[in-house]
Write a protein that binds this ligand. Sequence first.
Ligand code: GLU
Length: 508
Amino acid sequence: MRLLCRVLLPAVRQGARGVTGGPQKEIRVRFAPSPTGFLHLGGLRTALYNYLFAKKHGGAFILRLEDTDRSRLVPGAAEGIEDMLEWAGIPPDESPRRGGLYGPYEQSQRLSLYHEAVQTLLERGAAYRCFCTPQRLELMKKEALRSRQTPRYDNRCRHLTSSQVQEKLAKNLPFVVRFQLPSGAHSFQDLVYGWTHHDVASVEGDPVILKGDGFPTYHLANVVDDYKMAVSHVLRGEEWLISTTKHLLLYRALGWQPPEYAHLPLLLNKDGSKLSKRQGDIFIQHFVQKGYMPETLLDIITNCGSGFAGNQIGRTIPELIQQYNLQSISTHSALLDMDRLPEFNRVHLTRWIEGADTRAQLVAELQTLLQEKYKDVTFEKEYIERILVLRKGHLNLLTDLLSPDYSYLWIRPSVQQEDLHRLSSEATEIGSLVVRILQNSHNVTGLEVLSTELKSHLQQLRATKYSTSMKLLRLLLSGLQTGPSVAEMILSLGPEESIIRLQKALLK
Ligand code: GLU
């Protein structure tokens, strides 16, 4: 059965309040994850769209932890989520860690606010205590399933008289509080999905808003906090669209003005399958460990969806803010092609190498990584910088430089004599020739110049082919059969170190 009827009316969408025209109010948006797991790509995208919206309109971006389901809390997840937002470069303005005027920012610290709201609803007859036992509820569920019906609470306790309630309370019977769903819910206008109608009372039983343990359920806490935190716009995943009517009914019962809603289409794998948390490699921490740059992740998760002027690889956060437009978000799912992640990172890494300040940051980072790997060797900043500039455009990840393919940059390779002579009987001659070129040349600063110089000298050797000479030299310098050009290797290592390597290998 189709529960939601969707009518997309662009003309009407233009006319919505706030950002889309009409009276302006302070823009306050929130990312409200449950700390039942670590931040993943889907969560990062929701946080990012909220962040961009806040920054675009000079508003505030709030991190609120919805930690009322105590049984599902994962130790370290709350801190991990905030750490990852900071790592990604989209830090909240208000959060558990940063505080703010509307705190606390963990729902578990805000119980009195929910109790107050429950009290109001009870007094207004919009909520009621339900004393049904878990056994009864379970039985009802089984019955429904047996007759192929969707299980729903039959609202029995709605009809208890106040003396029956008093009697049960006097007996100390455990209870939960349920919200009495009024029939005939209104349609609402979602800023992405357009006019939406869901007659929730016709398909669901009255939902629990306060559990037996005194903690609120998601629906109540979400509504109370969005209101009390003066949230102006709720931007969240499409999976919550179906809950919005219930939220609006709660706002109405409490006499509160609701925020505006914009639901974001799903983020899926490129084949259209669901991003599964069990995949493991969708957690942000995984990409941090692999050495991906924050901007790469933000770029790839925005490039596959709508909401921007167009899609182009290599966007930075300021560019994302500038191009972002809530009204251009379509209802199409965003298909994420993670195979392109290395390519995205290469583009961002190249840009970082090109900028003086960002290059300095990369140099410092690489210096620390090298120190950890090659414990007792120190590498000069200038040396590391030269390598980065020479390898620009070839590196997918900064950490590629720690792979065995690049170890020749940091330690001298061991070269087997047999390999040299197997490649060319003129090995010694070729090596010595290049040593002489380097000793006499004052021009080893440019890649082009050095390549030309090597070529013109080596081509004069008759017996060995030019490409074989290059293979041999590469082997002498790096111990590798394939890799960067010989000229680049010489420029990376510098003439002195190159001469040492050539001579050392040939003298053996
Ligand atoms: N706690 C909900 C979640 O985990 C928040 C949904 C919302 O943004 O309202 O996604």
